[in-house]
Ligand binder design. Sequence first.
Ligand code: SAH
Length: 344
Amino acid sequence: MIDLKDFEYGELEEYLAAMGEKKFRAAQIFKWLHLGVTSYDEMTDISKALRGKLSRDTYVSTLEIERKLVSAIDGTVKYLFRLPDGNCIESVVMRYHHGLTICISSQIGCRMGCRFCASTIGGLYRSLTAGEILNQVIFAEKDMGERISNIVLMGIGEPLDNYDNVITFLHNINHEKGKNIGYRHITLSTCGVVPGIYKLADEGLPITLTISLHAPNDGIRNSIMPVNRIYKIDELIAACRYYADKTGRRLSFEYSLIHGVNDSPDNADELAALIKPLGAHVNLIPVNRVEERSYRKGSRDEINAFLRRLCGHGVNATIRRELGADISASCGQLRKKAAGIREI
Ligand code: SAH
């Protein structure tokens, strides 16, 4: 059975044309799918005959809300969605002054193996389909009853390890007949899959790219991010430069401060030397505790000292505001509990 949300708009038109349908049917069906209908019967301007024909080979995919946690502190909402195959994924909706931002997952689990991350414990189960990535936005928005205006691909999984489905998702979420979310309102976060960065630069989609750097040199990065053993920091920075030149978009870098691992004054100096020539922004994130890991964050003073030292070199950096602290909003932790995933 085919999930129509796995098609790009043009493919949906072709599919319907092959069934002898007019082009405008694609617009009607695409609109309904993006409103979060759960069956063809809800598509009231589509004839019964066509609904019947569609149900033969295709279906309307949905996501069940398995759990929903709302932060009493800042209104952040965390969804644990259950997929039709029983697997769970997480999405988080955050409220900013410019509107709602959703952080979505791209895979069930992850095979990148970052040592501080909860999502990679248990490895990769499978990649999400384009429809499953999209459904997180559709069903969170339907449940919230409010427009979601920004998207970050920063949940569970490595988006560049599920390249084609992520691109289909991006085309569809941007399409004017659907949610019409501008590329400039979309951010993709990667741990540094270098060939994927070059490919993405050549797609001509002006989305924001953010790099999970987390270390100022190959020695530290190799020890906490296995991806660095394949793509070294200088290759990663070269790919970033290509992305920035090609798309005209400013880059940003994520840097999780792990006490005693990457947060010394020397580390701040090294980081500044890497970042300054790129004119990029650095988001400092005090590392979140993951039960199975021994990593911990430094004190407020140590974190502030790292920030001051970085800024002293003329680097544009901020400390990420923590949202949803009371609902373990940082990704991977809820799914892990739901699935009973343990460190292997
Ligand atoms: N695979 C992509 C996107 C998902 S991870 C990537 O690596 O960018 C989203 C972000 O959370 C990444 O920056 C990741 O390094 C960070 N992260 C993972 N575990 C964390 C933890 N325990 N504390 C702080 N940040 C963490």
